[in-house]
Design a protein around this ligand. Structure first.
Ligand code: GNR
Ligand code: NI
Length: 173
């Protein structure tokens, strides 16, 4: 059990475009497991590697589709959205890297994602509902994008300003 410390806005790692995984090695599997531990400790529905300071294209999720009865742990390397519905859905989102803030985000209601699983085997998943919002939120992290980028400029700038002030305060303490 190795939960890692979270990267918090305005940490620049959250704004970098993460690099693809070349091969799913034991080190990548170890990273996936550490991310699951971190996600659970922080009570998140998902986590992307940049959130623990690593600019690499790995995500994990602990959420299910509306029609899935039992929760599923997803571990993905190099996830890619290969299809998205035209119809959109709105959901109140939060982010472990932006603690204390939430906002309504509108995204495609259904997506198809291609990824490598923990064995390095290429898979495709179809997601709707919370899982669809979650996987898009995590893939955004790999592209340096955060849920606040979907809010109005006023809201986004307010959150960035407050989080930047808080970070400065914590450094000076
Ligand atoms: O815990 C989380 N909740 C959440 C709610 C709606 C849409 C996406 C998410 S993901 C988030 C955890 C997180 O920050 N993942 O990057
Ligand atoms: Ni997040």
């Amino acid at each position: 059990m190795t939960a890692k410390p979270l990267s918090i806005l305005p940490d620049p790692v959250l704004r970098q475009v993460a690099s693809p995984v070349a091969t799913v090695t034991d080190a990548v599997r170890q990273l996936m497991d550490d991310m699951v531990d971190t996600m659970r400790e922080e009570h998140g529905l998902g986590l992307a590697a940049p959130q623990i300071g690593l600019s690499t294209r790995v995500i994990v999720m602990d959420c299910s589709d509306e029609d899935d009865s039992d929760p599923v742990i997803w571990k993905m390397a190099n996830p890619e959205i290969i299809d998205a519905s035209d119809d959109m859905a709105s959901m109140e989102e939060g982010c472990l890297s932006i603690p204390g803030y939430r906002g309504e985000v509108t995204r495609p209601a259904r997506v198809t994602v291609r990824y490598l699983d923990a064995d390095g085997v290429q898979q495709e998943m179809q997601a709707t509902g919370l899982l669809a919002a979650c996987v898009q939120h995590e893939i955004d992290h790999l592209n340096g994008r955060l849920f606040i980028d979907y809010l109005s400029r006023v809201k986004r700038d307010m959150i960035i300003r407050k989080m930047t002030k808080e970070a400065r305060f914590e450094r000076e303490e």
